[in-house]
Structure formats: C-alpha cells, structure tokens
Write a protein that binds this ligand. Structure first.
Ligand code: ADP
Ligand code: MG
Length: 400
C-alpha cells in the first residue's frame, strides 16, 4: 500500500482526550412553523439544560394515567431559537474542519424526518440559491459558514501549501449521480474500491479544483440548483435521496532540511434522506436485499452505527459494503476521522413518533468509539517514526 496509517496521538499529539470525542452528537429542534402555530400545535419538547431534551409523547393508549416522558442527553442541544451562526459556533464543526486540515477524514451529517430542518441546517432555504447569494445573508447554512471558516484558517497557515478539491453527489435508489456534471444524460456512476488508497471512490466523479472561496461556493450553488431540478420530476425526491458534498484538503508543509510533509484530509457534508424511510422499510418486513428501491443506505447506516456503538460487537462485522452511502463514508465512520451527527427534530405533537425515533437513533450514535488516524505517505511516516526514536534516545541520554 502507498499510504500508511498512523495513530494521531503518536504523530501529532492532538488526539482528543477521550474516545467519545470522535463522535459528536447534537440535536437541533426547529421552531413550530407559522402554519403549525395557527393550527394550534404545541411543542412536546422541553430543555432542562446540560444537553438534555425531554420529550412528552402523551399518554399511553394502554395505561390511561401513565405519561410518556423521556429524557435524552447529547453533546449540545439547539433550541428552536438557535441561529445558523450558533450551529457554526457550538456544534463542533470547527473542530471537524481543523481535523480535516490536519489530514483526517471527517463527516458532518444531518439526520431526521422530512421537514425537520436538515436542508435548512446544512444549506439554508432553497431560494438562497436561485440567484447569486449575498454572503452576509443570516439564512446561510452550515456548509457556507464552514467554507468561510476553512478559508480563514488556511490563510493563517502561511507555512503550508494547500490544494482544495470539491465534489457534490446524490444517492438516489442506490444510484450515485453527479450533481456537478449533469450533462452526460445523468448516468449513474460506479463506486469502486481503490487498492492504492484503501478506500472506496466514485469513478469519473466530477471534482473541481477550488483555489478561491468563490470556487467552493460555486460548487455548492451548482449542486443545489441541480438537486432542485431533479426534485421537480418527483415530489418526494429529496425525502428519498442523500447528498454528499466533499471537500478534499491536500496540504504540503515544508519542514527543516527541505522535507515535505503531505497530508490528505477531507470533510463530507451529508444531507440524508428522511429518516421516516427506515421505519417504512422495516415495518413492511423488507429484507436488506429487497430494500434497494426504498432506502438501503439509510438502513445500513443505522446498522453501521448500531454495530459501532455496541462495544461487545467490536470485532464483529460492520456492513459498510452493503450500501453506497456507507461505502463512501466508511473511512470516517470506521475510525479514520471525526463524525458530527446533527439530529434534526420537529417539536410538534403530531410528529412525536418520528421525533422519538430520531432522539433514540442519535442517542445510540453517541456511544460509537473510534480512533482517528491521519493518512500519510509511508516515506513521511518513516521520517516521523525515526524522529520519535531520536527523541526517545535523547530522553534516555538525559537520564544517564
Ligand atoms: P428537511 O430537509 O429535513 O426535509 P427542511 O430543511 O426543508 O427539512 O425544513 C422544512 C421547513 O422548515 C422549511 O420550510 C424550512 O425553511 C423550515 N425550517 C427548518 N428548520 C428551521 C429553523 N431552524 N428555523 C426556521 N425555519 C426552519
Ligand atoms: Mg431536505
């Protein structure tokens, strides 16, 4: 293999203090819409503080006097009044970007039922992209804000040369479609395994070199426009499709003695299909094989997260290869990076079953334990390990 994997703690000393840190789970509760308020809907969620969400799903039909109150704890809970800027500042996304710059594979994904605010959180309202957006617009979502933060960071790193590349794809019905290159009759692309990099990749995916912030923004806009075009053809298209916007960050840092250290990190922004799709699939008794046309990727993501979070099953099979989504996210889910899950929920009583499902799913994800690793060139790995040996010898000498 051309690449070697090194435990971050050894190579950078920047390992998070506890393994829990590698999966950050936050919850965002959207406000009741005007329509919902006018119809008299009330919130069934309360926020006792300390990352807690309390859900009162109403009385059990079986036992008339028993109420159904549950409390779940997460890293952070965003109440309905939270702004788009709050998500940037307090979700942990800044750390993901910093880790991606350091050579890790990171993923931020929004999970939740249709209408819970996934797209709002990641990209903002769709009409932002009809014309060229104003950068100061407070409605901009997390992706736009993360790009600004990334470029600000890169500017301050004058000792390192960075190359950025971006792609934007959609998974619909287990078919991978390019959201940037829609010309060629919208033919599905093939996901292949690369022996060289030890990971999955999408063959012929359009990847744009992004020198300026504007280039990244153009990728976001173009992909959003193309996604919207697709959604006119089928009503529930965006409920059933996942989109992945990936930014590759390749860095070359010049060290003493003319040595270059090169790293390849990336960050994926994932807008998942509506979580109600998983339940539909399950309740209809569909097997994984048959789930193809409904939503295999979301089911398998659930299995992957469940197996990762179950420490007893640590050595067991984690079914990354069973869906396109999990193939493409395998490196960051399996421990080569940091994952941020933003669970989006509606506060309304009539959504209580889906909200409870999402809160449970998110709670389970919190228990994933992974160790992030940096992807490096073997030559550089050797140099670093020699340096460490020298340091160890020097330390020993001091004691003599
Ligand atoms: P999803 O992508 O999960 O299906 P959307 O992001 O499209 O959901 O949100 C559904 C509707 O709710 C949209 O009209 C959106 O503008 C609105 N919405 C979602 N979250 C918020 C929020 N935090 N503040 C204001 N409006 C929101
Ligand atoms: Mg959406």
């Amino acid at each position: 293999a051309d690449t070697l994997e090194i435990i971050a703690s050894k190579s950078t000393g920047s390992e998070p203090s506890t393994p829990d840190d590698n999966v950050n789970v936050v919850v965002r509760v959207r406000p009741l819409s005007q329509k919902e308020r006018q119809a008299g809907h009330e919130s069934i969620l309360q926020f006792p503080g300390n990352g807690q969400v309390m859900i009162d799903s109403g009385r059990d039909s079986g036992s008339r006097n028993k109420t159904n109150v549950r409390v779940f704890t997460y890293n952070v809970v965003f109440e309905p009044g939270a702004t788009q800027d709050d998500i940037l500042d307090y979700s942990g996304i800044k750390r993901l970007i910093e880790m991606a710059v350091e050579g890790f594979s990171c993923t931020a994904f929004c999970y939740g039922q249709t209408g819970s605010g996934k797209t709002h959180t990641l990209t903002g309202p769709p009409d932002l992209f009809q014309n060229r957006p104003n950068p100061a617009d407070p409605r901009h979502g997390l992706i736009f804000r993360a790009f600004l933060y990334l470029f600000q960071m890169l500017k301050s790193r004058t000792d390192t040369h960075f190359v950025l590349k971006a792609s934007f794809l959609e998974i619909y019905n287990e078919k991978v479609m390019d959201l940037l290159n829609t010309g060629s009759g919208r033919k599905p692309l093939t996901v292949r395994w690369s022996k060289k990099s030890g990971g999955f990749f999408v063959e012929n995916l359009f990847t744009v070199d992004c020198e300026e912030l504007d280039d990244l923004l153009a990728v976001l806009e173009e992909g959003m426009r193309n996604r919207a075009v697709g959604s006119h053809q089928m009503n529930d298209h965006s409920s059933r499709s996942h989109t992945i916007l990936t930014v590759h960050i390749i860095s070359e840092q010049k060290m003493e003695g003319g040595i270059f250290i090169s790293k390849h990190g990336k960050i994926n922004f994932v807008d998942l299909a509506g979580s109600e799709m998983t339940k539909k699939t399950m309740s209809e008794g569909t097997t994984l094989e048959e789930a193809n046309n409904i939503n295999k990727s979301l089911m398998v993501l659930g299995y992957c997260i469940a197996s990762l979070s179950d420490s007893k099953k640590k050595s067991g099979h984690i079914p990354y290869r069973d869906s396109q989504l999990t193939k493409l996210l395998a490196d960051s889910l399996a421990g080569k990076g940091v994952t941020l899950m933003i669970a989006c929920v509606s506060p309304a009583q009539y959504n209580h079953a889906e909200t409870l499902n999402t809160l449970r799913y998110a709670f389970r994800a919190k228990r994933i334990r992974t160790k992030p690793i940096i992807i490096m060139d073997p030559r550089e790995a050797l140099i670093l390990s020699l340096k460490r040996d020298i340091q160890a010898l020097e330390a020993e000498n001091e004691h003599l």
